[in-house]
Design a binder for this molecule. Structure first.
Ligand code: ADP
Ligand code: TRP
Length: 315
């Protein structure tokens, strides 16, 4: 029986943090055996945020190295970059024509952006349509993402349904796959960990960086168990192991933080060292990206031929 298809993307907007890893990327590694997995670099999505060629290039290579360092095996996973497959933007345009503005205005990400500034790019507004194209071109069954991306996957599903209704059965309806236990990883200040809040623990942090981040975790003087320290620690060890330790060291924040530093270092070090090795051979990594792109292109262009026939532009 053919394997089910899983697909996900990461925007090249800067160094990933442990929230990205535990919320989304970890699942990629776990799914690569069971699924026909597509992992891509969402560079055209990132263009809404990164408008500097040098930075964009560096970030794209960064995500590629991240993917390989966390353990994605290019023999099993198709790793590619969105901008190499022009079908993504082509299909996004077609989706734009069947989508209404009020529907897109309801997106959480758009509302958040609007709350910050009224000068929103059209690209930010249309973001969900490009994401729908990313997903639907490959007939993805599941989309492993963090919980904040759930609505975007629902938009892709709705868009597939709408297209199918208007033009006939063409797209498979995808489902979001969200890790239950770690819906949202909190940052060092207790809010959602996010690049834009400056409250992250980088996934490939050096030992001194890990120490600085952990020492900066905001501790509330509640019942002796520092909530924010515990929540991050709990990503690395189960509650059954952790709770007795936290109870026996109640109020001893410094000791608990030192333990967390050690656990984080043990968790991060192997991936960090692997990434350094990979970074010594960027051309080798880029060859993987090229091969993945060739494979993805075949799938995407077949699907687009079908779409063009459906809408009546293929004569
Ligand atoms: P950021 O908010 O740091 O910019 P991104 O928006 O680039 O992160 O998210 C990349 C992926 O990581 C998405 O699938 C997202 O859902 C997931 N993710 C980001 N932050 C967290 C978090 N704090 N907890 C769980 N998952 C997260
Ligand atoms: N929007 C996702 C994020 O911010 C990135 C992304 C783009 C994506 N296209 C996708 C994720 C398709 C899954 C599937 O993290």
């Amino acid at each position: 029986m053919a394997k089910k298809i899983a697909l996900s993307g990461v925007k090249p907007t800067g160094a990933p943090h442990i929230g990205n890893y535990f919320g989304a990327m970890k699942q990629f590694v776990e799914l690569q055996d069971e699924y026909d997995f597509y992992a891509f670099i969402a560079d055209y999505h990132a263009l809404n945020f990164i408008q500097n060629a040098e930075e964009m290039k560096e970030n794209i290579i960064g995500v590629l190295l991240d993917y390989l360092a966390i353990g994605l095996d290019p023999k099993k996973v198709t790793i590619f970059k969105q901008s190499d497959i022009s079908e993504h933007t082509e299909l996004a345009w077609i989706f734009d024509t069947i989508t209404t503005m009020p529907y897109l205005k309801r997106a959480h990400a758009f509302k958040d952006a609007e709350a910050k500034s009224k000068e929103i790019s059209v690209g930010t507004f249309n973001y969900p349509m490009l994401m729908a194209a990313d997903i639907l071109l490959y007939d993805a069954d599941v989309v492993p993402v963090g919980s904040d991306q759930k609505q975007h996957v629902e938009y892709a599903r709705d868009t597939a349904e709408k297209f199918n209704r208007i033009f006939g059965e063409t797209f498979k309806l995808p489902e979001a796959m969200i890790l239950k236990d770690v819906a949202t990883v909190p940052g060092t200040d207790g809010q959602k960990m996010s690049k834009s809040y400056g409250n992250t623990i980088p996934l490939f942090a050096e030992p001194d960086e890990i120490k600085k981040c952990v020492m900066g975790i905001v501790t509330d003087s509640g019942d002796g168990i520092p909530k924010n320290v515990y929540a991050i620690h709990n990503l690395l060890r189960p509650a059954s192991e952790l709770l007795p330790i936290y109870e026996s060291k109640s109020g001893k924040y410094k000791e608990l933080k030192e333990m967390l530093i050690e656990d984080l270092e043990n968790f991060i070090a192997p991936m960090r060292e692997k990434r350094k090795k990979l970074a010594e051979d960027v051309p080798g990594a880029l060859a993987i990206l090229r091969a993945g792109g060739e494979k993805a292109k075949k799938t995407a262009s077949n699907k687009m031929t079908e779409v063009r026939k459906r809408i009546g532009v293929e004569l």
